[in-house]
Design a protein around this ligand. Sequence first.
Ligand SMILES: *[C@@H]1O[C@H](CO)[C@@H](O)[C@H](O)[C@H]1NC(C)=O
Ligand SMILES: *[C@@H]1O[C@H](CO)[C@@H](O)[C@H](O)[C@H]1NC(C)=O
Length: 231
Amino acid sequence: MYNSSPPKAVESSLADIAILPIENAYTGSFHKSYDILLSHDLQIVQEVQMDVELCLLALPGVHKDDLKTIFSHPQIISKQNLRDSGVICSARAAELYGLNILECNFQDESPNVTRYLVLAKTANLPKEHDQYKTSVVFGLEEGPGALCKALGSFWKRGINLTKIESRPNRGKPMRIRGTENLGCRLFNYIFYVDFEASMTDVRAQNALKGLEEVASFLRVLGCYPCSTTTI
Ligand SMILES: *[C@@H]1O[C@H](CO)[C@@H](O)[C@H](O)[C@H]1NC(C)=O
Ligand SMILES: *[C@@H]1O[C@H](CO)[C@@H](O)[C@H](O)[C@H]1NC(C)=O
């Protein structure tokens, strides 16, 4: 176990990879994960999509009718030998904690997918023929159409965007316009964009050149394939 956070452990070579949940199809983006992408010097090397499949687990020999309480942490009922309690988690947790599965797949909606990003110290060498996504983060100068010009760089080259997210620009969270004090102040943002192209693709390289011309900063967070299997 590490004393530092998983991304820090990868940065200091204590771990090979860190896995960040980035988005759920129903609950949306994990904002803290977006901030981690910017504050650490790591590369996205893979996206993994996992279906959320919830199960009700209990100690061996316990039946549904015995249950009085339902928890969400399996350690609790296995460690304390609680025979009147169940727990909601994944089927894999049953194996890990020696519990029985009473029922599965009762989540509100299926498929309910969570996307995870795998981070490593060294970037992938993207393969030309595979389907790769690329993620970037950028800031913009002020003015009308700034975001439109930035995204237009992808549109002009026929590149599909799969996700856009804005977060506060922590380096400079507010914008001061002249000396006016109109009561309402302006907030400053940075933008995260995922697009469907590999960095080996000349269209992607040109799109980023175009984006660079209108961006106050631009960083490529990674170029990576997607898998739907478990890690
Ligand atoms: C989807 O999964 C997330 C993460 O487990 C959960 O918070 C959310 O309630 C689920 N939504 C639906 C509609 O099943
Ligand atoms: C972009 O998205 C459209 C609509 O889903 C799809 O038909 C097209 O093949 C995609 N283009 C590329 C280059 O991936």
